[in-house]
Design a protein around this ligand. Structure first.
Ligand SMILES: *Cc1c(COP(=O)(O)O)cnc(C)c1O
Length: 376
């Protein structure tokens, strides 16, 4: 699905030098590499504060902790996402309230948010799924109307841009009150281990987040809040400093790959290529097609031809064993349930070449036509 070795070979010198520097200075925790990364990312995103932490799941948890919510307060998100988005809500004894997604963009269906708002609703966590921005314009309007906090889960869309009325084009993760991201190795901006960060333009929230990340202390050994230990270590930051400089190039390569996939797949009956939301760019963390019939057969066929593929995500969270306690049932989120049966993500990374993409498209075509012939 990804080729991190090929990518590393091209930046090896700079990465190795960065790691060596960390070792030479022995600033393993909160060293200059981490500070450089936080300020570099803030400049790149045009956001006031970037607070690095240990991973994207921590980032989400810390964002929620910074809001000072009470047990049972409700947080809106989607059932068709990676579990972390909702897991942290449950861990903090808040109540996950799901809103179904849009069948085409896979992002939160903004027309279904208001009906889920109650007096206990405190926050919305939109996810910019697969690399494409959710409809933040509408989400921010709803949030303003009901006085809700918006936490963007930007783990899959770093570098993507949204067109905002009256403001122009801005990076995802800089629109809500807080945003979170992950530097898990396979993410668009991936470290060589775990990493994450929070972003905000709000000085008060930023200060709270910093304190929570550091055991709840602003001054060493004085504790103002119950916090956690969540840091981005300097070696990961040194690697990320190199990769951040290449992020736009990496995203461009993904977009080029997506266009080639589009061209090769768009006329195959029964296959839907990823829809684009007109107000967002798409940085293709995943290139996800939909196939209405015999997805498992296609997956197997690809496997036989040496092509990996993945199902993100096979079970919507409301139907997952651990989340049944919230009382949701089959049929509650029909769009999520339907697409969970149809989606298939194809190999997507910065090192795919034209021949590989053509081979993948031809293999899919071969499967679909062979299957149709059999049915006829
Ligand atoms: C990867 C991911 C996370 C979690 O990030 P980790 O660094 O693995 O903890 C959260 N949300 C989404 C949407 C993700 O894709």
């Amino acid at each position: 699905m990804v080729d991190l070795t090929g990518q590393y070979q091209k930046i090896k010198e700079a990465v190795d030098e960065g790691i060596q520097q960390v070792i030479d200075t022995t600033q393993f925790i909160n060293g200059s590499a981490t500070k450089e990364f936080a300020s570099g990312l803030a400049t790149y995103l045009k956001v006031k504060h970037v607070i690095p932490c240990a991973n994207g799941t921590d980032a989400l948890q810390i964002a929620l902790m910074a809001l000072g919510l009470k047990e049972g307060d409700e947080v809106i998100s989607i059932p068709f996402t990676f579990v972390a988005t909702v897991e942290v809500v449950a861990l903090l004894k808040l109540k996950p309230v799901f809103v179904d997604v849009d069948e085409n963009t896979f992002n939160i269906d903004v027309n279904k948010i208001e009906e889920k708002i109650t007096p206990r609703t405190k926050a919305i966590i939109p996810v910019h799924l697969f690399g494409q921005g959710a409809d933040m314009e509408k989400i921010m309007k709803i949030a303003a109307k009901y006085n809700l906090i918006v936490i963007e889960d930007n783990a899959q869309a770093i570098g993507s841009e949204l067109e905002m009325e009256g403001i122009g084009s801005v990076k995802t993760g800089t629109i809500g009150h807080i945003a979170t991201t992950s530097f898990y190795p396979t993410k668009n901006l991936g470290a060589y281990g775990d990493g994450g960060a929070l972003f905000t333009n709000d000085d008060v929230i930023a200060q709270k987040i910093k304190i929570i990340c550091d055991h709840g202390s602003a001054k060493k050994y004085y504790y103002d809040a119950i916090g956690v230990n969540s840091r981005l270590d300097s070696m990961q930051a040194a690697i990320l400093n190199v990769k951040l400089k290449n992020l736009d190039v990496y995203n461009k390569q993904r977009q080029n790959t997506a266009e080639k996939y589009d061209a090769g797949l768009k006329d195959i009956p029964g296959i839907s290529i990823p829809s684009r939301f007109e107000k967002s760019t798409h940085v293709f963390h995943q290139y996800t097609i939909k196939i209405a019939q015999n997805r498992e057969g296609l997956k197997e066929h690809l496997q036989e031809k040496g092509i990996p593929s993945m199902i993100y995500y096979p079970v919507p969270l409301h139907l997952s064993e651990a989340y049944r306690v919230y009382g949701y049932k089959q049929g509650d989120f029909p769009v999520s349930e339907k697409i969970a049966k149809e989606v298939l993500s194809l190999p997507m990374h910065t090192e795919l070449d034209v021949e590989q993409i053509e081979y993948i498209c031809e293999t899919i075509k071969e499967f679909v036509f062979r299957q149709n012939t059999v049915i006829v």
